[in-house]
Design a protein around this ligand. Structure first.
Ligand code: UTP
Length: 299
């Protein structure tokens, strides 16, 4: 598996129940962080890593994701006529010309493992990436998927992004046990979905970026519903590990769990404070708001 990955899968068929009522009509992946929807950040990261085929696993209610990546003739014409060239460029540059978007449907939300399996006919027999857009990862240098693609190319192994979490949070993640790390990478020896802190093999949690061997598809076909009654990607990776190397990679960057309210707020603050044109005003606004509310830092 030493080829550079070209295909990226975005499983976006979940129900997003934690963001109801907003997600009754707006998919979670379309929620904005400052000036772009979450899905755009993940897509940009995949393109930066060298992917040219983006596979969206959606459900029949999520037209907004497909519409977002489709051409908007009427809007473009109106912007052109009214001389709004900057806005026109923003709309036209959502996807570069060499990149194609493919949509597959997951008829029923049977779990992340099942969603990835739905992409099989488009991925075929080559290593591929999986990105969960609600894990937004901010990084000053190369994006996380690009960091992982380098490791996958060098080692030929599947690579999963990991980070240390507080012990009391293991029940919210897939947790791995590994051999000793060399630099940022270590071979995975076990992976468990959402273990309680007393049974977790470590506190190293899997986050939403994976580079996987296509061998995982046959294994996912055989995977039965696991934790939460869902077909778990974790169980497929666990089966893959039996015959194939899987590397845990401690990425460089800061992750925001935008599947939760606080994570979305935290990401909005970080991206606003780091924004090219909005950072100064955003900072002022935050300071003023805190002072208006009488909130001060502890001395
Ligand atoms: P989550 O566990 O965050 O579930 O899925 P969710 O449905 O999106 O959100 P909540 O928990 O109800 O608020 C993790 C990722 O896997 C995708 C989701 O779209 C999300 O990107 N997923 C999950 C699917 O595509 N299909 C599924 O059957 C389950």
């Amino acid at each position: 598996m030493s080829k550079r990955i070209r295909k990226a899968v975005f499983p976006v068929a979940g129900l997003g129940t934690r963001f109801l009522p907003a997600t009754k009509t707006v998919p979670k992946e379309m929620l904005p962080i400052v000036d772009k929807p979450l899905i755009q950040y993940a897509v940009d990261e995949a393109i930066e890593a060298g992917c040219d085929t983006l596979i969206f696993v959606t459900n029949r209610y999520k037209h907004a994701v497909a519409d977002y990546f489709d051409k908007a003739y009427e809007l473009e014409q109106k912007l052109e006529k009214s001389g709004k060239h900057e806005q026109l460029a923003l709309v036209r540059e959502i996807l570069p010309p060499h990149v194609r978007a493919v949509f597959v449907t997951q008829a029923e939300a049977l779990g992340l493992g099942h969603a990835v399996l739905c992409a099989r006919p488009v991925v075929g027999d080559e290593p591929f990436a999986v990105l969960l857009p609600d894990d937004l990862i901010w990084s000053r240098g190369a994006g996380v998927l690009s960091q992982m693609a380098d490791i996958a190319e060098q080692t030929g192994a599947s690579v999963i992004a990991t980070e240390d979490v507080p012990a009391e949070q293991t029940g919210s993640y897939g947790i791995v046990a590994t051999e000793a790390f060399s630099g940022r990478s270590g071979r995975v020896t076990a992976i468990v979905e959402k273990p309680s802190p007393d049974t977790a093999p470590s506190t190293l949690a899997v986050v939403g970026r994976y580079i996987l061997s296509p061998k995982i598809f046959d294994l996912l076909e055989k995977t039965r519903a696991g934790t939460g009654g869902e077909i778990q990607l974790t169980d497929g990776i666990s089966a893959l590990m039996e015959n194939d190397p899987v590397t845990a990679y401690r990425f460089q960057g800061s992750r925001f769990d935008c599947g939760t309210h606080l994570g979305l707020i935290e990401a909005t603050i970080r991206y606003a404070l780091d924004h090219e044109t909005l950072s100064v005003a955003a900072r002022e606004l935050m300071v003023n708001t805190l002072s208006e509310l009488g909130i001060r830092e502890d001395p």
